[in-house]
Ligand binder design. Structure first.
Ligand SMILES: [Zn+2]
Length: 283
């Protein structure tokens, strides 16, 4: 499941193909993904210019010159690919249409953007640009972890007196938007905090330390995604999935990476999701 850094990488990969370009033709090959598409989606998108490509949490928002914004959610298995050469004079050959290519945008610069989603947990919707924050998927989201509204005093206030484990609190999208299982595990490891600790029982200092750690973990992953973009064209044009090495995530039974720590990475299940941690380093 893509998390914030993967979605940000997709956004950056789509930018040269979509931003400032007109959707010359939008094709919608089925009535729905996770939810039905909005009425006449293809017609409302065809001819619209993409003025800006933004990200809010794990959603990509394409602001259009029609006053609407296209919301894109990759869900569990949604993939976006770019084919053609938006910067060259002639479009390269596009790959043959594949099964599960549900939405296709042919841009006026020669690029083709394809949304493929075998499991159809993804979503697309159209919403008024000037009121996009009130969309049901966006309205209750907390601040962006890389934005100015996420800071030490905010996190201390939101976590104090919370009786839930810190792992669950950090996954709560109303507290921080876009943080998922992988990067919460990584952040808690760097912070030396056990995922089972009650949020409200943590010291103020511990909570304050989490803010720069969360930012660093996400920024490092976005940087890894950025370097993957440099050569995505040599592969198949698929955006957003990149090799990234984790300290604890997916490393059950492997040695802890902390110098001189003899511990091994443990895995427990919390609220139905795996938590990876080192019991020696994280208390
Ligand atoms: Zn350790």
């Amino acid at each position: 499941m893509p998390e914030l850094p993967e979605v940000e990488t997709v956004r950056r990969g789509l930018q040269p193909a979509m931003e400032g370009a007109v959707i010359a033709q939008a094709r919608v090959n089925r009535p729905d993904l996770r939810w039905p598409f909005p009425d006449r989606m293809a017609e409302r998108l065809t001819g619209a210019k993409v003025t800006q490509l933004r990200r809010r949490s794990k959603y990509i928002l394409a602001d259009l010159d029609t006053g609407e914004s296209l919301l894109i959610h990759l869900g569990m298995s949604g993939r976006m690919t770019v084919s053609g050469d938006p910067l060259g004079q002639f479009a390269h050959n596009h790959p043959a249409a594949a099964k599960h290519d549900h939405v296709v945008f042919d841009m006026d610069n020669g690029a083709r953007v394809t949304f493929n989603d075998p499991r159809r947990f993804g979503a697309m919707d159209l919403l008024p640009s000037d009121n996009s924050d009130s969309h049901p998927l966006l309205a209750k989201l907390g601040p962006e972890p890389l934005g100015n509204d996420f800071h030490e005093a905010y996190l201390v206030e939101r976590l104090s007196a919370r009786n839930t484990p810190i792992k669950s609190a950090l996954l709560d999208q109303r507290i921080i938007a876009g943080l998922g299982n992988i990067y919460v595990c990584e952040a808690l490891f760097r912070a030396g905090i056990a995922p089972t600790r009650k949020a409200g029982a943590l010291s103020k200092k511990h909570i304050q330390n989490l803010v720069p750690i969360i930012r660093d973990v996400l920024e490092a992953a976005i940087a890894a995604g950025g370097s993957s973009l440099k050569d995505f064209r040599q592969a198949d044009g698929e955006l957003g999935y990149f090799q990234h090495s984790f300290d604890v995530y997916g490393r059950e039974g492997e040695p802890c990476k902390t110098p001189d720590c003899k511990g091994k990475i443990d895995r427990i299940t919390q609220s139905g999701r795996s938590s990876f941690f080192c019991a020696q380093c994280q208390r």
